[in-house]
Design a protein around this ligand. Structure first.
Ligand SMILES: [Zn+2]
Length: 348
């Protein structure tokens, strides 16, 4: 695809201690420390860090960063780039395409002198009512994560997992269902899917989840009636669904609820042993990351002869790609997977 005289992306997209750096453009993608110019794929804290001078991202990602970091910490100057629009930075054409991971999540597409690279950030291919679906962009080098890059990881239909949750709620009306989920993305996706499945009553939120739900609603994602869950009024929470951070689900906070049914929504719940170790009674396999089949399907769709893997199970993915005639390269980027499901949770 790349014209014969076009430079290979490895000559202009470099791995540095601060992360991926587009040399001719003079900007970093999801840098791990404060830099002069950053392009940010999405709002999770292992990709979006505070203190950059200039930040380019989708409008939604900028709003999420500001909500989480506070005014002024999410870039001295912010520039929003809508999907489908391109701009040129020092001769590098830059545009964003949806990654389907969380609201505002984008793949960062770059073209320099006829050579094209796409940094996908985190992504998934399953349906998510809270964000635009992933769009494959043909390229010379595709940069991917590999969080769930093992054949054992095949996510079931998320609608079926939500149906399991609702069946359990109907079966145990005296108990409180507390679902562990990350505050950016998974929480709002669960609420939106509960609404689609017909749950019209309030969804109760641990205090840590309230602010970002408000941000999503301000950005045009309706979530329906939400309440702050107060453990002191635990009788009011009988039969309720409470969403809380995974850490709160594991500790005393959840145990003070009325006979809690402990659930966790994560791709890691595919591993039964892990759910059992964490005391999870109702494991829900709902992930915001591509599973094994999605990773391989995406690799085929973007038609890239070479794929760079940022973090995760890179060995398994690179081996599978080589069998398909695709050259793989492990980038070993540091500091990835610190938020959301990116890192395998420690055993309890
Ligand atoms: Zn993420």
């Amino acid at each position: 695809m790349r014209p014969v005289n076009a430079p290979h992306p490895e000559t202009w997209l470099k791995v540095t201690p601060s992360g991926l750096y587009c040399e001719p453009g003079g900007f970093f993608i999801d840098p791990t420390r404060a830099v002069d110019r950053a392009v940010i794929s999405h709002g999770h804290s292992d990709h979006a860090r505070p203190g950059h001078r200039a930040v380019l991202a989708t409008r939604e990602t900028l709003a999420i960063m500001t909500a989480r970091m506070g005014e002024g910490r999410a870039g001295e100057t912010q520039q929003a780039l809508p999907f489908g629009e391109a701009l040129t930075i020092n001769g590098v054409r830059v545009w964003l395409r949806p990654a389907g991971h969380v609201l505002g999540s984008a793949q960062v597409c770059m073209e320099w002198r006829g050579s094209r690279a796409v940094v996908s950030g985190d992504y998934k291919r399953q349906r998510d009512p809270t964000c635009a679906p992933f769009e494959p962009e043909p390229c010379d080098v595709f940069v991917t994560e590999a969080t769930f890059a093992l054949p054992v990881f095949r996510h079931p239909l998320p609608e079926a997992e939500i149906a399991r949750l609702l069946r359990s709620v109907a079966l145990f009306p005296e108990r409180t269902h507390v679902v562990g989920c990350y505050s950016l993305g998974k929480c709002q996706r669960l609420i939106a899917m509960l609404r689609q499945a017909g749950w019209e009553g309030p969804v109760h939120l641990h205090g840590a989840h309230v602010a970002l739900c408000r941000t999503y609603e301000e950005l045009g994602v309706p979530l329906g009636p939400l309440r702050t869950a107060t453990v002191a009024k635990k009788d009011d929470l009988k039969g309720a669904i409470v969403l809380a951070p995974p850490s709160a689900v594991a500790d005393r906070w959840a145990r003070r609820l009325a006979e809690p049914v402990v659930a966790v929504a994560s791709g890691w719940m595919r591993v039964r042993q892990r759910a059992k170790q964490g005391g999870v009674e109702l494991p829900l396999v709902i992930s915001d990351h591509a599973d094994w089949d999605e990773l391989l399907a995406t690799a085929a769709e973007v038609q890239a002869p070479e794929i760079w893997v940022t973090h995760g199970r890179e060995d398994a993915l690179i081996h599978a790609l080589s069998l398909r005639g695709i050259r793989g390269r492990a980038l070993h980027l540091v500091g990835r997977g610190e938020e959301d499901e990116g890192e395998e949770p420690a055993a309890a």
